[in-house]
Design a protein around this ligand. Structure first.
Ligand code: X8Z
Ligand code: ZN
Length: 640
């Protein structure tokens, strides 16, 4: 998700109008939990006044911590609502005024959040109950890019954020050559270029668009460099070695253990990726020939149907066997049904309400952005927002009538339904169990968009036979499996940048090293440090951490498996749909309502019975495809 980057960038989620707690004196705060009281009682006898004073100080500190948290949450809640509205404007009307307003709001919010985070650190040595300790820790970790305690740097950081976001959102490319599919003199938005990357099979145009879009980012490089510098200084003031450590510390385990778990999960799914890569490369070679798509080595990044080569579902037609008919073409179904962009969102809403979620509020329909406005620049990258921490939920998209966007609609709605179902939690817990959970909800639902489901909602007439399953799995793998190394490497790059391992002079080189190593792809033209290719991916200028998407790809299959079990489905996982299933709905709703109130393994356990990430679910789901790929790859020289 991108819960508005800037709110993500500064803290939890936007909320408003909490009831009380601000100036509550410590004595009126809720009673501190056991620790302080027990030790007070135990120490009163002969230790006399000293012990009494010490323990009562402890008790006072515990109470002070709670009072502080009450007040901090109320202040953040109020101010985050202000930031949300300013950021919504800046994302839906990109101009100097909206950017100015947003930067000012972010600056104020960041200053407050930093002040409170530093205040929270004063309780580090106080003996506190686990709940209070957890909240204080979350308060310290709430910022994505903390500023140091310096008004000028805080303002500079906020301005850089708004500026880069605006540069990305307003980015366009105007081809210099006329080609079959592109006109000379016309300027294309990223959304339009994305469609052309998906549908064109003209390698010349694909390369031109690939190179052209990346002209948006070199001017961002000095800004990014500075942003990292200031953010690192902010992280240090909060007690972290650097931003890399801070970013990796948000998963209820030590930072290095988190990075190790990511690698561990990757190693489990890597054979699947390597098999897919090998097969796709062979098919591209058959389609384009040696000059454009060599049979060995790394795949040229412009041929995979996506601007970043992160999901490959758009080249299904090139990859499939002649007789590998997919059970459906989702884009065709959307187009044939004649549905509008808003209807696509209604389809998504219906799935959630079938699981017992409350329908979306009227304001959602009034305030969301579904289509790209014709007369102004907006940030088209899909996102889901909760502006007031209650019911002012919205999505912001530039929807195309495609299967890909129907899935993205479900993804975004997953964020909104999650945000709404935990909106009774205190401010600091109005978050996903971790950010991977947030990204996984809508995707989990979308795994239930099976032929059986599509027939049930009237989009398909017949449920195809099992002979179409392989085509379905191939389509799914081209998106889900192809994404995994990309999901992993984006933050590997940022972590190296943050901890200084990669200096600014090597930004682009390090990016391509990771792209080549993990994805086995390569740039279609020579790159240098005059380019800043990471900046051409939304989440870099948008400051949205990316490890969450990798986690979500693993988790969503775990969630899907558990929900299908709850629904009593016994067939293959790829044929299971939980549409209208009460038991599955209840399980999902209960877990989501926890928000971030418990460490994520508790939430995972509530839904799946497991306390850990488990890649076996995704591996099992694709097992029949893996058998097919291994057969196909016999005699091929796989790897890169
Ligand atoms: O950014 C997104 C969502 C919004 S949170 C559309 N995604 C990542 C991306 O587009 O790069 C979803 C999949 C990965
Ligand atoms: Zn998302």
């Amino acid at each position: 998700m991108k819960k508005l980057a800037l709110v993500i960038a500064v803290a939890a989620v936007a909320v408003a109008g909490c009831d009380s707690g601000n100036d509550k004196p410590a004595a009126q705060a809720p009673a501190p939990s056991s620790n302080a009281e027990v030790s007070y009682a135990a120490d009163t006898n002969d230790a006399g006044t000293v012990a009494r004073a010490e323990t009562s100080n402890d008790a006072l500190d515990a109470e002070a911590a709670k009072a502080f948290l009450d007040s901090a949450q109320e202040r953040l809640e109020t101010m985050s609502e202000e930031v949300s509205h300013a950021s919504w404007l800046a994302s839906t009307y990109i101009n100097v005024d909206s950017q100015f307003t947003e930067a000012l709001a972010v600056e104020r919010y960041t200053a407050l959040a930093v002040e409170l985070a530093q205040e929270a650190a004063k309780f580090d040595d106080v003996d506190l109950d686990p709940e209070t300790r957890r909240m204080l820790t979350m308060l310290k970790q709430g910022l994505v890019f903390p500023a140091p305690n310096d008004p000028e740097l805080t303002a500079e950081l906020a301005q850089i954020g708004s500026k880069m976001q605006g540069m990305y959102g307003a980015g366009k490319y105007c081809p210099e050559q006329k080609t079959k599919d592109a006109e000379k003199g016309k300027c294309y938005t990223l959304t339009e270029m994305g469609q052309m990357m998906a549908n064109s099979r003209d390698p010349k145009l694909l390369k031109d668009l690939w190179v052209g879009w990346r002209k948006v980012s070199p001017p961002m490089k000095p800004l990014y460099e500075r942003q990292v510098e200031i953010g690192n200084a902010g992280a240090k003031e909060l007690g972290y070695d650097n931003l890399s450590v801070m970013w990796r510390s948000k998963y209820d385990m030590p930072a290095d253990a988190f990075a190790a778990d990511m690698d561990n999960q990757w190693n489990k799914v890597k054979p699947l990726y390597e098999a897919l890569h090998c097969h796709v490369r062979a098919r591209l070679n058959e389609h384009y020939g040696d000059d454009v798509a060599p049979a060995t080595g790394k795949i040229p990044a412009h041929l995979l149907g996506n601007m970043w080569a992160q999901e490959w579902g758009n080249i299904y037609d090139i990859v499939k066997d002649d007789d590998m008919e997919a059970p459906y073409d989702l884009t065709q179904l959307v187009v044939d049904s004649g549905m509008s962009e808003q209807d696509m969102v209604k389809v998504g809403e219906k799935f959630f309400t079938s699981l017992g979620f409350k329908p979306l509020p009227e304001t959602f329909w009034e305030r969301s952005q579904f289509v790209q406005p014709r007369d102004r620049d907006v940030v088209c990258h899909a996102s889901a927002w909760n502006l007031d921490g209650k019911d002012d939920i919205r999505i912001k998209m530039c929807i195309n009538k495609t299967g890909e966007d129907l899935i993205t609609v479900h993804h975004e709605l997953g964020h909104n339904f999650y945000q709404r179902i935990y909106n009774h939690q205190p401010f600091l817990y109005k978050e996903g169990a971790n950010d991977g959970f947030h990204e996984a909800v809508g995707d989990t639902i979308a795994l239930s968009i099976t032929p059986k489901y599509l027939k049930e909602i009237g989009l398909m007439e017949e449920i195809p036979g099992a002979d179409k399953d392989l085509g379905y799995l191939m389509q799914q793998a081209l998106d889900k499996i192809a994404f995994l190394p990309f999901g992993l490497l984006v933050d590997k790059w940022r972590w190296q940048v943050f901890n200084g391992e990669v200096p600014p002079g090597d930004y682009n080189k390090a990016w391509w090293k990771l792209r080549e190593e993990y994805q086995g792809i390569q740039a279609p033209v020579a790159r240098s440090e005059a380019n800043f290719d990471p900046g051409a991916k939304y989440h870099i200028p948008g400051n949205t951490p990316y490890a969450r998407y990798f986690l979500a790809r693993i988790q969503q299959f775990q969630f899907h498996r558990a929900l299908c079990e709850a629904a009593g489905e016994t067939g293959p996982l790829h044929r299971c749909s939980i549409f209208k299933n009460d038991a599955a709905g209840k399980k999902l709703r209960n877990m989501l309502a926890m928000g971030a109130s418990k460490p994520w393994p508790d939430a995972m356990e509530a839904l799946t019975g497991q306390r850990e990430l488990d890649a076996s679910a995704i591996v099992d789901y694709f097992e029949p495809l893996m058998v097919y790929l291994q057969e196909q790859n016999k005699g091929r020289d796989c790897g890169w």
